[in-house]
Design a protein around this ligand. Structure first.
Ligand code: ATP
Ligand code: MG
Length: 395
């Protein structure tokens, strides 16, 4: 018999007219995410998805891949049988875990209202048969093992427990964004949060090689590799800005430089976004975390471009962000020491309340548009795919 996985999506978000569209994205994504693991078909039983696997599929690998699929609330490794009491009970009795749980209950979802027995009667009858066969204690309020049964028109499923999914919305349903990815802790979490809401993120990293080391680029690559797992592929633009930073230092007072670097980054990222049909940028800014992240400074940097900038971490505390980065697997990469480009040619204490006027004055004598063109011309593009990882070279 083929093994199946019963997938549950976030019901509320997928209600209504958009449901088939969300489902199509999710199904296409699942086919790609589970490639090579012997998926026979993906079926759509009422309100669920069912991945039918060949008998040789590695469940450990399937689980690992499913962990990264957005749009899944949770899932169960399941067996499909005819929608019939005897088929269900004999299957369950045969497949019950060998080891006795301290308690159990049966929970039934009866989506086929034609099924002859009512939900509580099915649960009671199945529970009775299991107690008879195994003598396990029943606990309805807090069972150690929940035996699940779902009955839909034409078929039924049983399973032993549920595993959590990645949540969020299917990749691609949220449109495209360009995420500014430093080597730090915050920006990968910010990118991931937008990805979880269904966005496909193109990543951009700015660096100051050869003025500073290449360490931040290697971190950005490692981070891109982790993030790519969630959207199956990720483009990473590596943009050198060291020479432009040097030219900025010639006329701009030290305290204002970080703001100018940021405005430059946003302009470059906006151009990349326009070229890749993205409609917003994403940064890892957190209010008040560092000098450059005051409301005044964010307003002044954001004013450099017309595109919306999303800052999904804006109201989070550092320890919350770190916990999320640890769960995601980016924390250990982010804490490797590097040389951040924003520190190049800047004093320890940048301005905390930049004013539009002084920043515009500082930029007036500088060929900002030319800087953007030069940076884009000298940038390179790498592409990360999951499960396989590849590089396509320079643009
Ligand atoms: P992070 O932990 O993400 O580096 P941070 O707390 O160090 O953030 P800043 O250095 O002020 O804060 O950066 C704010 C945001 O600006 C980052 O989250 C990122 O989105 C963007 N950013 C900063 N430096 C770079 C860079 N070198 N390349 C790409 N984006 C950057
Ligand atoms: Mg940083």
């Amino acid at each position: 018999m083929a093994a199946s996985i019963l997938l549950r999506y976030q019901e509320l978000a997928l209600k209504g007219k958009n449901r088939p569209w969300f489902q199509r994205h999710l199904i296409r994504h699942l086919h790609r995410a589970l490639a090579g693991l012997g998926v026979r078909e993906i079926r759509v039983p009422m309100g669920r998805l069912e991945v039918v696997l060949g008998s040789d599929a590695s469940m450990a690998e399937v689980r690992e891949r499913l962990k990264h699929v957005f749009g899944l609330a949770n899932y169960s490794v399941t067996t499909r049988v005819a929608p019939d009491m005897e088929a269900l009970v004999s299957g369950i009795l045969r497949d019950l875990p060998r080891e006795a749980p301290s308690s159990f209950r049966v929970r039934v979802r009866r989506a086929d209202k034609q099924f002859p027995l009512r939900t509580p009667d099915i649960e009671r009858e199945m529970g009775r048969r299991i107690v008879e066969a195994r003598g396990w204690p029943v606990n309805l309020s807090d069972p150690a093992l929940t035996i699940g049964v779902e009955i839909v028109p034409g078929e039924a499923y049983y399973y032993f427990g549920k595993e959590p999914g990645a949540g969020g919305l299917p990749t691609g349903t949220g449109g495209r964004v360009v995420a500014l990815l430093s080597g730090g802790i915050d920006s990968p979490v910010a990118a991931w949060r937008m990805m979880r809401r269904g966005c496909k993120a193109t990543l951009v990293h700015f660096h100051s090689a050869p003025f500073l080391s290449r360490a931040s680029q290697d971190k950005a690559r490692e981070l891109a590799r982790v993030l790519a797992r969630y959207q199956l592929s990720a483009k990473l633009h590596l943009v050198p800005i060291g020479e432009i930073q040097r030219q900025i230092t010639l006329s701009v007072p030290g305290a204002l430089r970080v703001i100018l670097y940021r405005r430059l980054m946003l302009r470059i990222a906006e151009r990349i976004a326009l070229r890749s049909s993205a409609h917003a940028l994403v940064t890892g800014d957190v209010l008040g975390q560092v000098a450059s992240q005051t409301i005044e400074n964010m307003a002044v940097t954001g004013a450099a471009i017309g595109m919306p900038i999303f800052r999904p971490l804006i109201g989070m505390d550092k320890d919350e962000i770190i916990a999320e980065a640890e769960r995601l697997g980016t924390y250990s990469i982010s804490i490797v020491p590097d040389e951040d480009c924003c520190t190049l040619f800047t004093p320890r204490h940048p301005v905390t309340r930049a004013r539009h006027g002084e920043i515009e004055d500082a930029e007036r004598g500088l060929p900002m548009e030319e800087f953007v063109d030069t940076a884009l011309r000298s940038s390179s593009l790498e592409r990360f795919t999951w499960p396989a990882v590849g590089v396509v070279g320079a643009v």
